[in-house]
Design a protein around this ligand. Structure first.
Ligand SMILES: [Zn+2]
Length: 194
């Protein structure tokens, strides 16, 4: 909890958009206190929008390798992911629509992107306690992890070369479409292995 208001989420057409298009810097173990502070800032920034899938540090203007995500959009399941890497498990891909706060919070443009993602991945990262984590993710958890990982590489979903971008004429139209996407996502809410 912080006394200051949460940092605003920056969008792909804002003056700070270059941060969303910049590769982030990882943390050293000595910098873990800094990572924890950013994790709090991420949680504070995302809380008004919960239930939500995740948020990466560049989206609040911080070009560091950290994001938070929830495998089922439940705030109780938010996890902190520091310095992540992933490798595909198998070759199965799933194509699905993705919303991104840095796109849909724009007041000028309303877009979603359909992107092929690996169905199953092995991830490695540091958790909020600085412990090394290695686990397999599949379904929605894998989809979100890959989306947030892209943010740390300086890539927004609509900028990916393999994205099919759909533009809407209003936020309301986008929200209606996104609700159907969330219903589909909910069929793939696989809890990560402990
Ligand atoms: Zn995003």
């Amino acid at each position: 909890m912080t006394a200051t208001p949460p940092l605003p989420i920056i969008t792909v057409d804002s003056p700070q958009q270059h941060i969303l298009r910049t590769k982030t810097t990882p943390f050293t173990l000595e910098q873990l206190p800094e990572a924890r502070q950013i994790a709090i800032q991420l949680t504070d920034a995302l809380t008004p929008f919960m239930p939500a899938a995740g948020l990466a540090a560049p989206q609040i203007g911080i070009s560091r390798s950290i994001f938070i995500y929830s495998y089922d959009r439940d705030p109780k399941h938010l996890e902190v992911v520091i310095n992540p890497h992933f490798t595909p498990v198998g070759t199965a891909m799933v194509e699905g629509w993705e919303g991104c706060f840095s796109v849909i919070l724009s007041d000028k443009t309303w877009k979603l992107a359909k992107i092929p993602r690996y169905e199953k991945i092995e991830v490695t990262y540091l958790n909020v306690d600085g412990e090394s984590v290695k686990k397999e993710l599949e379904g929605f958890a894998a989809k979100v992890f890959q989306h947030e990982y892209d943010h740390l590489q300086g890539v927004a979903n609509i900028d990916r070369p393999d994205a099919t971008v759909k533009a809407f004429t209003s936020k309301a139209e986008l929200d209606t479409f996104m609700q159907a996407v969330k219903n589909e996502d909910a069929k793939r809410y696989n809890p990560p292995a402990p």
